[in-house]
Design a protein around this ligand. Sequence first.
Ligand code: NGO
Length: 536
Amino acid sequence: MTIGGVRCFLTTVMLVVSTGGVWGSPAVATVARAGTTAVSPASVVPAPVIATPTGGVTYRITATTTIYTEPGSTAAADIAGQLAAIVRRSTGYPMPVVDAPSATPTDGIALLLSGAPTAVGGEGYQLDVTDASIAVRANEPAGLFAGVQTLRQLLPAAVESPTVQPGPWDVAGGRIVDYPRFAHRGAMLDVARHFLPMSVVKRYIDEIALYKVNRLHLHLSDDQGWRIAVNSWPNLAIYGGSTEVGGGTSGYYTQDEYRQIIAYAAARYIMIIPEIDMPGHTNAALASYAELNCDGVAPKLYTGTKVGFSSLCVGKEITYTFLDQVLGEIAALTPGPYLHIGGDEASSTTAADYATFMNRAQQIVAAHGKSVVGWHDIVNAPVLSSTVAQFWGTTTSNAAVATAAQNGTKVIMSPANHVYLDMKYNSRTRLGLRWAGYIDVQDAYGWDPGAYLAGVGATSVLGIEAPLWTETIETLADVEYLAFPRLPAIAELGWSPMSTHDWTSFNQRLGAQGPRWRAMGINYYHSTQVSWPTGS
Ligand code: NGO
């Protein structure tokens, strides 16, 4: 494959071998140990589509380096501002951000919305490093942002440090041409079982953005808690959000906080997908409003971890007024095209009621101008052509999902035995569950989302998503421990072409992230499967 006249990754791999390890794993390990010398482009996660080194060439960031941006583009200036903030902290250099004087700056670091190959699309980029300059070129700001995440990883790990480090700040010469395999590269946080404050969500957004994740699905309601203020039904948050698993003090996002999360994510090119789970997983709502129950009696708040016992009342018209008003408010707050309506484990709803309910719920979402995402159970009801199914099973075949896919339903792949970040790594892991099995890094990495589920080919796959359910998770440190190093492995499956898929090389690249996570203060799990550089 050739893009814009550049050799494909496979050619590059051969080049890596033939250049005697300049880009090979031994160099990666040595470089990562030092933590302050140039990092091989071969250590980027997710693996770029094409990475071509220029031997013996290095660009050095110094106290006089300028960041140039596409003239007139506030998006480019904002992305440059984020890069500058990171680099200023660790280098101590001023790193001014100014409009580029020309379409081909001859010094500094340029973030430009011109000159990228058409084939990199809206989220891809081309990154050129010479001894005089660095240029990231993209067709859209999202591509510039992705290119900057690659550039961060090409800098020594110490660049992520919150305090000034000695340097030097070298970037190895070469060209990267890169773009994603799948449109949907997601992570999910369950903020219902244990409430996670906005600061934790923002920090997780920062962490997943580094690995080119572009969707954050927020599981905002469940039996144990309702986590977003709804003006038309205020008790949902005030009462339904007052507890959590184990009964600790809990909370919810005000609408202003939710808007802040959306804006923070948008600045990192991440779309928020809100989920209100229904008709099951609704005890917090049923406890908040007696009239939502078929018998008119509100159940108690629930702080356990059982599933499948609650259901909205399918036969009552007020249920659909509730859906219309709640989903209407959330649709109005959410700029993205999707509302996730759950639909999983509705074991207290009959199959006929489930179909009736999902039919109306999909119409209501459509009336508010959004498309539905549902857990794959939703294909047991008739689905609209715009409805997306999120597969969370543990098998490689599911007849109902395959039939839906053949009828045009797009699928997000979240096979629980590979990507559920709440599964324990092994029997000694203190946090997490084990119902879908233990998942170490090789299990998270070792599958192909485009050829996993029988009858669901790559063209039916919208992408991949790594959910983190929080029955046992209470803090940022807990989140980080389960997400790292598995989240970057899953992010690579979403971004990189299968031609780059190779455990041995991935293991080296992933290990090279260790010093970066240390510099960032990420509480990651030291999986024995990963070749961590000494000292990380
Ligand atoms: C299941 C269940 C969730 C649990 C999770 C725990 C889905 C889609 N429904 O996944 O309620 O929290 O497992 O791993």
